[in-house]
Design a protein around this ligand. Structure first.
Ligand SMILES: Cc1cc2nc3c(=O)[nH]c(=O)nc-3n(C[C@H](O)[C@H](O)[C@H](O)COP(=O)(O)OP(=O)(O)OC[C@H]3O[C@@H](n4cnc5c(N)ncnc54)[C@H](O)[C@@H]3O)c2cc1C
Ligand code: FES
Length: 510
């Protein structure tokens, strides 16, 4: 570090010895106040911002490969030469600088202009996107990023502009993140990008012959090309009391704020029904707010179906250590004003109940319009539905498994929805690209953050090393000797390497 401890490493404008820079190993320094890294890739040396534009992950600790750098925290991928986002969850590109090499010294010069967007191969007369979540937001912004100049309308049933939904069960719910951190875009972004964002606008009908969408207020909006990105609707158990006012779901910012307000109004005994990712994350967040939390779930080992028994047990242990009581192997049979009654007669006191029992794809609109639907909107590898020029992406879409293992799959991950939204934007503009990404998600359980790459619905073998409770663990899920997915704790670089290996396998399959 220089004397100035706000910025890392050497001042790169002053120059560093060229032989200090090893192939593919970022050298972290700074330009003014900004953390910048030098990266050598073959004959090229790149100077690029070293802080991820998602949550500020340290890119110098990420993985450099084939002209890209991947963030160690949530696997965003950037082009080293241009700073462009190649894979979410990052939304904004990285700054890049010119580099000169003279007499064995590399020196960083002026910040480089961003390259002009490419010319679309095809330009639809208008694009309408139904759904202002991860996929809808990503598609709208990518249309502009990829050079589309025509009208874009983004309809959302939500009362708020697109938010960072994963935060709603983590830091924001725990009271550790400000509301301003939740917005995916600035207030003026929509006008600047000429994207017509229509809040509280629910699409009621879809006419594929007339090519228009009819909203609940009767307004008709014509489209040339359409994206359905309606996401999922949280399930509610069909038991007495399930619709009582103190029973909450969690999908939207509004839901999240109602939970927070209820806790702030004095509800201190929380029952979480369902030990799903969201259920357990809610439990951890509300423990941080000082509430008493009980989790009720029918399975004996929550998350074991996804993470395997060892990691699942470690996560359960972490929740118990945080003071959450787990009622496993138990079903709720009724919800009363002050308790949840279980199937063994136990009464779990609760003045706030959160149901985290999964979502169902919001595919009614598509179904009523006659699109092919089967537990989600069916799409091809290009994410086009059974109607030409109509696409679906994100939680609502069921698409061909890029690994060719699981047939048609529907995956509920934030970064998958964003990547699919971006891919649809490409395809609307004539680029004809297939979805071949390796799915990635992360989940937070107190101080234990789990990364998961790939997709394994079933497996016949597990290879594991390390100890999740010590924050050092990796587990591969295999079927017939082939790695389908990898879960890890505290092994960020390994997780990135596994993702790359899975990506190669995926491309080989294609
Ligand atoms: C609390 C929470 C935490 C999560 N944490 C993680 C995590 O840590 N990691 C991870 O990978 N994933 C996480 N997920 C999952 C992730 O958020 C979803 O996979 C992702 O949001 C899916 O994006 P989407 O665009 O398909 O749907 P959504 O983001 O749900 O957006 C759907 C949009 O469609 C709109 N809509 C629906 N029907 C209509 C209609 N008829 N007309 C107009 N608009 C309509 C909705 O209002 C909404 O704006 C989390 C989800 C939740 C709820
Ligand atoms: S901080 Fe980089 S991807 Fe999240």
């Amino acid at each position: 570090m220089d004397n100035d401890d706000r910025v890392p490493g050497p001042d790169l404008t002053q120059g560093v010895a060229a032989d200090e820079l090893a192939e593919g190993q970022p050298l972290l320094g700074h330009v003014g106040e900004q953390a910048v890294m030098l990266v050598r890739q073959g004959a090229a040396v790149h100077a690029i911002a070293a802080t991820c534009t998602h949550y500020g992950g340290p890119l110098a600790e990420g993985l450099v490969a084939a002209g890209t750098v991947r963030c160690p925290w949530h696997h965003a991928c950037f082009d080293l030469a241009t700073g462009a986002v190649l894979a979410p969850p990052a939304l904004a590109p990285l700054d890049c600088w010119a580099v000169s090499a003279e007499r064995g010294v590399l020196r960083v010069g002026a910040r480089r202009e961003r390259p002009a967007p490419p010319k679309p191969l095809y330009s639809p007369k208008s694009v309408v996107i139904v759904g202002g979540g991860a996929a809808g937001d990503a598609a709208a912004s990518a249309l502009r990023e990829f050079g589309y100049e025509g009208p874009v309308t983004l309809l959302t049933a939500d009362s708020a502009p697109p938010v960072d939904r994963p935060n709603l069960s983590k830091d924001y719910l725990a009271g550790k993140a400000q509301e301003s951190w939740l917005w995916l875009r600035t207030d003026d972004y929509w006008a600047q990008q000429r994207i017509e964002l229509r809040l509280k606008r629910r699409a009621l009908n879809l006419d594929l012959t007339q090519r228009h969408v009819v909203c609940t207020d009767g307004e008709t909006i014509a489209f040339d090309t359409l994206l359905l990105a309606t996401g999922g609707t949280p399930r509610r158990l069909d038991i007495p009391g399930a619709r009582a006012p103190h029973v909450h779901l969690l999908r939207t910012l509004y839901h999240c704020q109602s939970i927070i307000e209820t806790v702030q109004a004095g509800a201190q005994r929380v029952a979480v029904i369902g030990a799903s990712f969201i259920g357990l994350e809610v439990a951890a967040a509300l423990r941080e707010r000082g509430a008493e939390v009980d989790v009720i779930a029918p399975e004996e080992a929550p998350l074991a179906r996804v993470f395997g028994p060892r990691l699942a047990a470690a996560i359960a242990a972490r929740h118990r250590a945080m003071g959450t009581r787990l009622h496993l192997g138990r079903k709720p049979v009724a919800i009363q004003a002050d308790a949840v009654e279980l199937d063994d007669g136990t009464r779990v006191p609760a003045d706030l109940v959160v149901m985290g029992v999964g979502v169902q794809p919001a595919d009614d609109l598509a179904h009523a319009a006659g699109l092919a639907v089967d537990r989600g909107i069916l799409v091809d590898a290009r994410l086009q539905t059974s109607a030409p020029g109509v696409y679906a992406a994100g939680d609502v879409a069921r698409f061909p498994d890029p690994f060719g293992v699981a047939g048609m799959v529907r995956i509920e991950h934030w970064a998958v929805a964003q990547a699919q939204g971006r891919l649809v934007a490409r395809n609307m503009l004539g680029f004809d690209a297939a979805y071949q990404d390796v799915p990635f998600f992360w989940s937070q359980h107190g101080d234990m953050s789990v990364s998961y790459v790939g997709h394994a619905e079933v497996w016949d073998a597990i290879e594991e090393s390390g100890d999740p409770l010590r924050g050092d663990y990796l587990c591969r899920f295999l079927s017939q000797g082939r790695v389908l997915a990898v879960a890890s704790v505290g092994r960020d670089l390994d997780s990135l390497r596994e993702e790359l290996a899975l990506q190669k396998a995926c491309l080989l399959h294609a």
